[in-house]
Ligand binder design. Structure first.
Ligand SMILES: Cc1cc2nc3c(=O)[nH]c(=O)nc-3n(C[C@H](O)[C@H](O)[C@H](O)COP(=O)(O)O)c2cc1C
Length: 316
């Protein structure tokens, strides 16, 4: 099932007709559309902030929408620009959903990993949308956003007739059918006593604590890629004898530096060694490598899903 969320406050505007185009695009496939204008979702408040201590006390249909997103194979957000920011419906959705996930890292991880695409009707701003959408995908990845600048179609977005323009419709169809560039990556979770081998990488100019990982080459097995990448990035030598198990692979969708839409499957593999080797950073992108106590790693790691995997790995 594909879920479409229309954050507009106008019944039959551009976002509504873009949602219709999305539905048409998928033909017989089940597409569930949530139009905020038809709902009576409440913003956060009129409560004692129970989400911080137990669970959200607001009973409206938003949980239903949240569950549908979790069950979807892909979710598409359609967001209008209201004074250079996403409409307030988007912020309502953001605060309420984070309220559901507040005490549940596993749920947060599942939510972030649902593949998502964003369509934004905006002629005047890009950056605020990139920032806001990034909260809905795994940390360190760039959201896949299609911006509709009505002026480029010689239209005024207030008129609400963007989808009467065949070029704009084609843009939607192309965006939805753009074949993702598929990538596969192997991740080595190397445990040594009560420590884990960690890397500090530069991801989009930000220091990010993660694990050794990298591209699986054509014909290469995930285990061989994990062993190779681990050596290439950290100089640590692990062998198939150190292999413990493979954890469940997961997908992430994002836009890379060249504006390409990427769907990356990550294969996490657990290894155990008795004593650390002569580790050092061997790639420019990696600023530091270290065996960190697991507690410290969990506190500092930038990726929720990686933290969850470490917890799973040490629980075996
Ligand atoms: C209150 C309000 C503020 C808006 N501010 C902007 C803006 O700053 N930049 C922009 O490009 N469009 C702006 N728009 C235009 C809307 O983004 C555009 O009309 C969009 O199509 C609205 O979605 P809808 O057609 O589904 O209602 C604004 C519209 C409204 C109602």
């Amino acid at each position: 099932m594909i879920v479409v969320v229309n954050f507009s406050n106008r019944k039959h505007g551009n976002c509504y007709s873009i949602a219709g185009t999305v539905k048409k695009h998928y033909g017989d496939k089940k597409v569930k559309i949530f139009n905020f204008i038809d709902e009576t979702f409440k913003s956060c408040g009129n409560c004692e902030y129970e989400c911080f201590t137990s669970k959200c006390s607001i009973n409206d249909g938003l949980k239903e929408l949240f569950k549908s997103i979790l069950q979807s194979e892909e979710t598409i957000f359609i967001i209008p620009n209201y004074y250079d920011y996403p409409s307030s419906n988007f912020f309502l959705f953001n605060e309420r959903c984070h309220g559901f996930m507040h005490n549940n890292e596993e749920l947060h991880k599942r939510y972030l990993e649902v593949p998502k695409k964003f369509m934004v009707v905006s002629s005047t701003n890009v950056i605020n949308f990139k920032t806001a959408c990034a909260y809905h995908i795994p940390h360190g990845t760039i959201p896949a956003i299609l911006f509709f600048n009505a002026r480029k179609f010689h239209q005024c977005s207030i008129d609400g007739n963007l989808m009467q323009n065949s070029d704009a419709v084609e843009l939607v169809n192309n965006f939805l059918s753009t074949d993702y560039t598929r990538e596969e990556s192997a991740m080595a979770i190397v445990l040594c006593q009560n420590t884990v081998l960690a890397t500090i990488e530069e991801v989009y100019d930000k220091a990010t604590l993660s694990l050794p990982k990298g591209h699986i080459e054509e014909g290469e097995k995930p285990i061989d890629a994990a062993i190779r990448e681990c050596f290439e990035e950290t100089n640590e030598i692990i062998t198939p004898k150190n292999f413990v198990e493979e954890l469940k692979p997961f997908d992430i969708v994002f836009v890379n530096y060249c504006n390409k839409l990427i769907k990356k499957t990550i294969y996490p593999l657990v290894f155990k060694i008795d004593k650390p080797g002569d580790i050092k950073s061997k790639e420019e992108r990696i600023k530091k490598v270290a065996y960190l106590p697991i507690g410290e790693f969990l506190k500092k790691c930038s990726y929720e899903n990686v933290k969850t995997m470490i917890i799973e790995a040490i629980s075996k």
